[in-house]
Design a protein around this ligand. Structure first.
Ligand SMILES: [Zn+2]
Length: 285
């Protein structure tokens, strides 16, 4: 039997420039340099990951094309979650071009920086409606307060696969489970959504957090989604604000169900990564 592939579902690469990455502010000066695949690969391998998904970090088609070219160059990049303007009247043509690349697995818009009802705008939803045809997932990057809008969105598109980034960014620093836990459980009732257990340390106190601070949030995530719909992600290099790559990775592996079933929630069995990104059951309704 082929070995399962253990995938870090969330990493970024960039050639830094302040114009291209305006969200990297002075509190994140560590991120103000290039982060490229040769730096990540040994860290990932040492932590027991075989492959990764590269996720967009700025709203340009050029970045997505660059990530896809890196994925062509480095086999350990199994897929790319890119960006197109889903609100554009020409979105279909752009998706068609993107989906022609075998490693294009999903689309993301940094919705956390948009008004809370962004996900529900008719023109954005027209774009979401196109994704299923191209077999692309959609990554939801939202704050806790935007989770109810995300829930409405995923229910309107029951056959579209969605992935929630960073477990919906709970308030780890404030040790506040509610209303995040309630919103997350509600979202998880839709079986066309998976959830990335990633980025939690970045939401904690960067200097003083301990794995125990993250545990209650990881527990709620697993209870809500079940281990089949939880994906591990490091969020490198953003995670380095709060600690090293291996720390972000070890948090994920603290959960025994993941440790014993590596890659279970991903395309496993071979290196074939046929766009599924994650195997999320399509709703029959
Ligand atoms: Zn990220």
């Amino acid at each position: 039997m082929p070995q399962p592939v253990r995938i870090d579902s969330h990493v970024h690469f960039w050639r830094y420039s302040p114009e291209a990455y305006p969200w990297i502010d002075d509190t994140m000066s560590l991120l103000k340099r290039d982060y490229l695949p040769p730096e990540l690969e040994p860290l990932m391998r040492a932590a027991g990951f075989d492959a990764c998904i590269a996720v967009q970090a700025t709203h340009t088609i050029e970045e997505t094309e660059w990530l896809l070219s890196l994925a062509g160059e480095y086999p350990f990049i199994a897929g790319v979650v890119g960006w197109v303007d889903l609100r554009s009247p020409t979105v279909e043509r752009e998706l068609e071009r993107l989906a022609a690349h075998p490693k294009a697995v999903g689309i993301r818009h940094i919705a956390q920086s948009e008004p809370d009802d962004f996900l529900l705008h008719p023109d954005f939803q027209r774009g979401i409606a196109q994704l299923e045809r191209f077999d692309l997932a959609y990554d939801l990057l939202v704050y806790t307060r935007q989770l109810p809008a995300a829930t409405k969105l995923v229910r309107r598109f029951p056959r579209q696969r969605f992935v929630l980034d960073h477990a919906g960014k709970p308030e780890v620093r404030a040790r506040k489970l509610e209303p995040w836990a309630t919103h997350l459980r509600e979202l998880a009732r839709s079986d066309n959504v998976a959830c990335k257990l990633s980025g939690l340390a970045t939401e904690a106190d960067w200097r003083s957090w301990t794995p125990e601070d993250l545990e209650p949030f990881a527990n709620v995530t697993f209870e809500a989604f079940g281990s089949d719909r939880v994906l591990l992600g490091s969020d490198w290099p953003v995670c380095t604000l709060a600690g090293e790559y291996r720390l972000a990775a070890s948090i994920a592996f603290r959960r025994s169900e993941i440790g014993t079933r590596p890659g279970a929630m991903h395309e496993s069995g071979s290196y074939r990564f046929d766009r599924s990104y994650v195997r999320i059951p399509r709703s029959s309704t």
